[in-house]
Design a protein around this ligand. Structure first.
Ligand code: ADP
Ligand code: MG
Length: 327
């Protein structure tokens, strides 16, 4: 079937089913001029939106529709997690090229509904239009956070530790595997999975938020994210290069591609892990609650700058060169 046979309303009927998994917070979902939901009393509402454009953020020869749908909500959930909050409601707008099969869009929504269900998020509305160019997906997510758990970028203090969740650089190395057609290598499967269907750190973010002084999700690479924290907090940050967690798969891929594994972690982006600062005396308690954390540095007096300390004690300024649109 083609888009023009089904039409906008036929398509909305198809994708608008099974979109509510926490009915208690939804007064009105898909099907009216606006959705209505119940915020939880005493919580701060968080809202964040991210747009994915074919040819800029994704390549349909690398991702399937399910993976793309999954990722388009994952990146938004990650932004909510980075504030210490939990995602609750989502609205999704899509611009669809006329050539696209309705089945592709249904599959895209199957991916969105999967991750939405995993984190008990309702898809409560959106907009559907045709695109004269590529596919565009814009999701907006509403989340909530207890006021005492809201973690900003600006709260880092001199003497705090800098720590991260998970390991870094896998997603960028996964993209490299796809681009270079190196998917046959045994290391590629994990890396490609982390690139196409990243797991946002929604489950542990509220625990970290109880102790952290500042936090960011790692969407643009560690270099860029730590620079944002340094700038917002008016502090310096020193990162110990050898402490940055790199997976065995990343190290193998970097060797095959003859590139630096560390550079994937610093500049690659799209890991959707969390980087945060925390007072030294609180770290022990957090670490007892969440073992899979790594301390990678410290907050220093120098304003607005991030330094990278190599194993041989060489110190270089770490520039924020992640992906930057229009440059
Ligand atoms: P309106 O004309 O009032 O903007 P629409 O006809 O665009 O309403 O949409 C009808 C209903 O379907 C609305 O509840 C809207 O939120 C929902 N909807 C439209 N497109 C999408 C989409 N891509 N994903 C989820 N919900 C959608
Ligand atoms: Mg509309």
């Amino acid at each position: 079937m083609e888009m023009k046979e089904l039409g906008e309303f036929g398509l909305i009927d198809l994708i608008g089913r099974d979109t509510v998994c926490d009915a208690s917070s939804v007064a009105l979902g898909i099907g009216d001029d606006a959705a209505a939901y119940r915020p939880t009393a005493g919580m701060l509402e968080l809202v964040s939106t991210d747009m994915l454009v074919e040819g800029v953020h994704f390549d349909l020869s690398f991702t399937n529709a399910f993976q793309l749908g999954y990722k388009s909500l994952a990146v938004n959930f990650s932004d909510i997690a980075a504030m210490g909050g939990a995602p609750k409601q989502a609205v999704v707008s899509i611009a669809i090229p006329g050539r696209m099969e309705p089945a592709f869009v249904v599959e895209l929504y199957r991916g969105m509904k999967k991750i939405a269900r995993d984190f008990r998020v309702n898809i409560v509305g959106g907009d559907t239009v045709s695109s004269p160019g590529g596919l565009v997906i814009n999701a907006a997510v509403i989340g909530e956070v207890s006021p005492d758990r809201l973690v900003k970028r600006s709260g880092a203090s001199v003497g705090d530790l800098v720590a991260v969740t998970g390991s870094l650089g896998n997603s960028a190395a996964g993209l490299c595997c796809l681009q270079q057609g190196k998917q046959a290598f045994d290391f590629a499967e994990d890396l490609v999975r982390e690139h196409l269907t990243p797991l946002p750190q929604v489950a542990i973010a509220p625990v970290i938020a109880k102790y952290a002084s500042s936090m960011n999700d790692i969407s643009d690479g560690l270099a860029s994210e730590t620079n944002e924290i340094a700038k917002a907090s008016q502090v310096g940050i020193r990162i110990w290069a050898e402490q940055i967690p790199l997976s065995p798969s990343l190290k193998k891929a970097a060797a095959v591609f003859q590139q630096s594994a560390l550079d994937f972690a610093l500049y690659g982006g799209e890991d959707y892990q969390l980087v945060f600062t925390i007072a030294q005396e609180k770290y022990g308690q957090l670490r007892a609650a969440l073992p899979a954390l790594t301390v990678i540095g410290e907050v220093t007096r120098g304003a607005n700058a991030v330094e990278l300390v190599h194993g041989d004690a060489r110190i270089v300024k770490l520039e924020a060169r992640g992906y930057n649109h229009f440059r």
